[in-house]
Write a new protein. Sequence first.
Length: 360
Amino acid sequence: MKTALLSFTATLALTAAAQAQEVRVYNWSDYIDEDLLSKFEEETAIDLIYDVFDSNELLETKMLSGGSGYDVVVPTGTFLQRQIMAGAFQKLDKSKLPNLENMWSVISDRTAKYDPDNEYSINYMWGTTGIGVNVAKVQEALGPDAPIDSWDLVFKPENMEKLAECGVHFLDAPAEMIPAALKYIGEDPDSHDPEVIAKVEPVYAAVRPYIQKFHSSEYINALANGDICVAVGWSGDILQSRDRAAEAENGVEVAFNAPKEGAQMWFDQMAIPVDAPNVDAAHTFLNFIMDAQNAAAASNYVYYANGNKESQEFLNEDVIGDPAIYPSEDALNNLFTTTPFDPRVQRTVTRLWTKIKSGT
């Protein structure tokens, strides 16, 4: 019996040791330089299991059902706040995160809106939701003065009717698209009033016949390949499209604009689930990401701004010097943020978005 007990204890110890040498990360698709993943494993001797998703709703379903099995996940700020309130995350042990000193107070002050004192998360990337265009095709459809820097481009039916011939994609993301429409009609984009939110329905009904697809990732390649001419999407995705088109030398010129009427600022935050199986390894991964050169490598790959101040000296000039990625102070002041809906309003929003997408 004693021998069996010793054997069982040794097996438990080996299992625990093996588990400690593994970290499971769940991030957005096409959202990191894969060389960084190899570098992490080489430097830490921790096995990295890296999975991807393409919507906050998918991540939230996994998180709120419990037992996701992940050690680090990357929700957008508004979803993070709701998930914190639901008890889905654990507070960070900041003593294990010496690279926190690299973070940028301009961004940390804003993310504190979703995560007070940034107790549960670190910023991975941030950016804006705006409009990507195939410049030549849009000008061909609407003329040289096409309003590519305005929500008029996609919310005026007379524009969309012409653009439909070359293809328009919208994000399948009500937390982004409903505030955009509210801003366009002069309402508070952060309104939680169902009667105000309902005002976006006629805005979308008027342009719905001209929207080819609602999707949160397909537009990257579709825009780069010239398959569509307009995408309402995330800044970094559209800038990836721009660079893929340039590399392919396919004659497609892609441009991104945060609309002049005001655009949403978003934050993707790395956090540790409350039931993460490998908490120490999760902290090691977060600290690795907050290394200035690693954060810069991630931004140089995905063309998003990050919340790491010290990384800026290592950023490529076409990243740090691009106002579509790192806006000027004046442009930053024209960006808005939103807060999550309570469950009752969220149900209303979900029903409304389903109706908008179906066109019924």
